[in-house]
Design a protein around this ligand. Sequence first.
Ligand code: NAP
Length: 269
Amino acid sequence: MGLFTGKKGIIFGVANKNSIAWGISQALHEEGAELGFSYAGEVLKKRVEPLAESVGSKFVAECDVTNDEAVDHLFTQASDHFGTLDFLVHAIAFAPSEELSGRFSNTTRNGFRIALDVSCYSLIALAKRAMPLMPKGGSILTLSYYGAEKVTPNYNVMGVAKAALEATVRYLAWDLGPERIRVNAISAGPIKTLASSGVSGFRKSLNYVGAVAPLGNVGQEDIGDAARFLLGDWSKQITGEVLYVDGGYHIMGAPDTDRMEKAAAQSQE
Ligand code: NAP
């Protein structure tokens, strides 16, 4: 018996096997969860279907989260297939690539609108429709990044979208609390994925975080492990929280240069 035996949920945001959502899916599958998957567009279908099949999923449906009719349709399909849901994972973000480099003051109105719509409003849209499918309560999880809280060069408008996302987590947690639906976020350390590769200078910042974080870089399996906790019953009185799964990077006020020099010297040996 796993922690999630008898529990059902939908994962939004698997693009390929490197996706954070896939790390979460594998962890939940190991715990016995029944999983459904939603992907953004036709192009992804070929990649998501075999992954879904490998964890025994019989529900794979397309949904562009910026389209209300598509979201309604997805939840009608989910209701027909699952009846009720216990959890939902929102691992979706997007900003036009030209917004993810250069001066923040060059952010366009349209880039801002798209980033906030896809990366933040979509959580509200999904939570509203998941609510009636969670009559005995449930757990909703989204993914944030430290750029919500502190400036991360080139993350730009996505940092603003993640700040709005973290505030949205708190407002949804308050609103859905009486229905016993919890809403939390994991603020993940940098991981190489399709989305993160679109941020200018990502590789350098991955190396830097790896050197500065007390525990070094994280992997998608680490996010999966934290998701077992936040989506499962062990966290039943936790809501509106942002849990850092970043190897401790966010506690550092300045890099430990001695440690960094030692690590650099060791890598030369
Ligand atoms: P990923 O594999 O590229 O996943 C991003 C997902 O968002 C993709 O499946 C993408 O589909 C989907 N998406 C984009 N626009 C959508 C739309 N309109 N409708 C539905 N889905 C849409 O990258 P990831 O890094 O795992 O990202 C997952 C989450 O983790 C994101 O919220 C990201 O900001 C967050 N996060 C990532 C890191 C990191 O370093 N990787 C760190 C902290 C937080 P398409 O590919 O079709 O666009």
